[in-house]
Design a protein. Structure first.
Length: 336
């Protein structure tokens, strides 16, 4: 759909959520760029800056921007967290007060270009629910680029959603995605994966990536390791979140059966020894297979027990949390 053909009355309202951590130099320029880049595509939008425990003057700048835009049709709001809770917590805090039909998230370091909003919006107008940016020409050091390529390949292989840049901070999605997809820890980078698992349509758009002008990167080896651990979490949640026994039970059954087979073999061997059919050189009690079989049986039983307990927890939580996602309903059934 061409943006110029959409009447002002039909343009969606937009909430822009920006997590901030020690970015005092870039906030004023970022807001100016948002007004120029987003204002050409939508007439009504709000900007929500979330100060995630900054130690510089970021909060003072946010308050000044909010006061200056208080009487305008494009207001600026600020949220200050008591300490640094992480990007996912900052985004969640911003999305809780968002009132727009669409939510645009981007970083405050000016590396994401607000002028790319129109390209993202075209994909939303084409019927997609989540549009993820792709830093096709990434202006970052090699120690960030190459681990990111490996990470993106792993995410695609394990989740089934193949995107070039899962970790891009520039994302546009419908508000219902934010209501259904719960993020915590470092799961903000997996919003497309979690939305895809809920049945939302996900697209990717190549966007302009710029070099950092102020401050320094928050990326490090610890963040990469946390990303890999979070990938395992997401893979489990999307694959077995509502049926944990299928995961734990499969592992438990394999070990339990191996243990039973080992113990069964040793039992038959013991009977043969008692009847004098064979005279093995090593007694049953001294064979490593006995210890391995007992350990495998115990491990299998514990895994099965944990799976059953997890099923009970999921069954109780399902009473208050839906395990499905509704796309639309017919008239008269809006409460489905």
């Amino acid at each position: 759909m061409n943006d110029q053909n959409v009447s002002a009355a039909n343009l969606p309202t937009l909430s822009i959520v920006v997590p901030v951590l020690n970015e005092q130099e870039s906030l004023i320029q970022l807001l100016d760029e948002l007004k120029a880049g987003v204002g050409n595509a939508v007439t009504k939008f709000e900007v929500i800056f979330v100060d995630d425990g900054s130690t510089d003057e970021s909060w003072r700048v946010i308050k000044q921007l909010a006061e200056a835009a208080a009487a305008t049709p494009r207001p600026v709001f600020g949220i200050r967290l008591r300490r640094n809770f992480g990007k996912a917590a900052a985004l969640t805090a911003g999305m809780k007060i968002a009132t727009g039909e669409l939510i645009l998230m981007l970083d405050a370091d000016l590396q994401d270009d607000p002028a790319e909003f129109s390209a993202l919006l075209r994909q939303i107008n084409a019927g997609y629910d989540v549009v993820n940016g792709w830093k096709e020409r990434r202006l970052d050091p090699w120690h960030k680029v190459y681990p990111s390529k490996v990470f993106n390949w792993l995410v695609g292989a394990m989740s089934g959603l193949k995107l070039h840049d899962h970790n891009c901070g520039l994302k546009l999605f419908r508000t219902e995605v934010a209501r259904e997809v719960q993020i915590y820890g470092e799961l903000h980078r997996f919003i497309p994966v979690l939305a895809h698992a809920r049945g939302f349509k996900v697209a990717e758009v190549a966007v302009n990536h710029r070099s950092r002008q102020y401050g320094h990167s928050k990326y490090g080896v610890r963040r990469f390791i946390r990303g890999l651990l979070d990938l395992l979490t997401v893979s489990f949640l999307t694959g077995f979140g509502r049926r944990p026994l299928h995961a734990m039970g499969s592992v438990g059954l394999v070990f339990f059966l191996l243990g039973i087979l080992g113990l069964g073999y040793l039992s038959l061997l013991w009977l043969a020894m008692q009847t004098g059919l064979i005279q093995p050189a090593v007694p049953i009690g001294n064979r490593p297979l006995l210890a391995y079989s007992i350990a495998a049986s115990l491990l299998g039983g514990q895994a099965l027990s944990l799976g059953l307990l997890a099923e009970l927890i999921v069954a109780n939580n399902t009473r208050t949390a839906d395990s499905y996602s509704v796309s639309e309903t017919t008239a008269g059934k809006m409460d489905a």
